[in-house]
Structures are given as C-alpha cells and as structure tokens.
Design a protein around this ligand. Structure first.
Ligand SMILES: [Zn+2]
Length: 168
C-alpha cells in the first residue's frame, strides 16, 4: 500500500531526527503508526494523517508518543487512546511535546517553539477538562522550562549590537 510505504520512509527519517537529539526510538511499524494517528481520540483534534506526514515536528511528536506508550506497556491500535488511563496518555503526550520542542530548538526554529508553547498553554493547561490533576504540575514545568530557554535566545540582533558596543 502506498501510504504504508510512505509511512515507513518517514519513520526512518524521524528515527534519524530523534537520534540527533539523543532519543532512541524502538520498533514502530507503519501499521501501528497509521492506526495510532487515525484512531479514536477523546479530544477535539482536526489534525490528519497527511498533516502529520508532511510535518517533521508532528512526526517527532506522534512517534515519540507511540514509543513512550509502548514503553509503558500499551498495545498500539486504533483504540489505545480511548482505552488507556488518562495519566498514561498525558505522560506520553508531555514527553512527546518536550522532544518535539527540543528538536525545534535544535533546528533553531523558534517560531515553531513559540507557536506550540502557546497551544500547550491555551489548549492543555487552561482549557482541557481531561488533563489529570496529578499531571498539571508536569505540564506547567514544561511551559516554564521552554519559556526560559526561549528568553535566553531573544533577539540575536541585539546581542550582536551589544557585543559590538563592548568592543568600541
Ligand atoms: Zn500528543
């Protein structure tokens, strides 16, 4: 099948991308990936399989999420999200968003980091009735950690200016 061949190819690329940020991905089949991304969910999400396949950050996210779920002993199929405990789902999601943002930082894609941090704050921390209370601190810690990293990268032009002034 055309789609499964494409998924296999994208999984290989994602494995390399994850290796570059020192994350080891276990075995994930094209079928598992397909079923996971097209499976049932409990939240509103309009992201399609095509959206994911065409975006390396979303690939990192989904692959990391599947990998974390497998590490926690879940079997990946179309119902894994609706049939697993919410704590398991959110733990995997939080690990996935961290890896996705680490990779975007590695690629110096600060626009992506900002956009995804805003979505994390607006849709997960402030508006998600499914987020387990016990995992809220973990979600907040991610926001703070990446906000701090972004503050350090603020305005490279200003850094150059201040460096020039120092040497005058
Ligand atoms: Zn997720």
């Amino acid at each position: 099948m055309q789609t499964l061949a494409e998924i296999d190819e994208k999984l290989k690329k994602t494995r390399k991308a994850l290796n570059s940020i020192r994350y080891a991905m276990g075995n994930i089949s094209a079928k598992e990936f397909h079923d996971y991304v097209t499976g049932e969910i409990f939240s509103e999400d309009t992201t399609t399989l095509r959206d994911v396949l065409d975006n390396e950050y979303l690939m990192i996210h989904e692959v990391a999420e599947i990998n974390e779920l497998k590490k926690m002993g879940r079997i990946i199929n179309k119902r894994v999200i609706v049939e697993s405990p919410k704590t398991v789902i959110y733990e995997a999601h939080f690990r996935a968003i961290e890896l996705e943002l680490n990779y975007a930082l590695f690629k110096k894609d600060y626009f992506w980091v900002k956009m995804r941090l805003k979505a994390h704050k607006d849709s997960v921390l402030e508006n998600d009735p499914n987020l387990p209370k016990t995992l809220r601190p973990r979600g907040e810690e991610i926001l703070e950690k990446f906000n701090a990293q972004m503050a350090k990268k603020a305005s490279p032009n200003m850094n150059i200016k201040s460096r020039i002034q120092k040497h005058q």
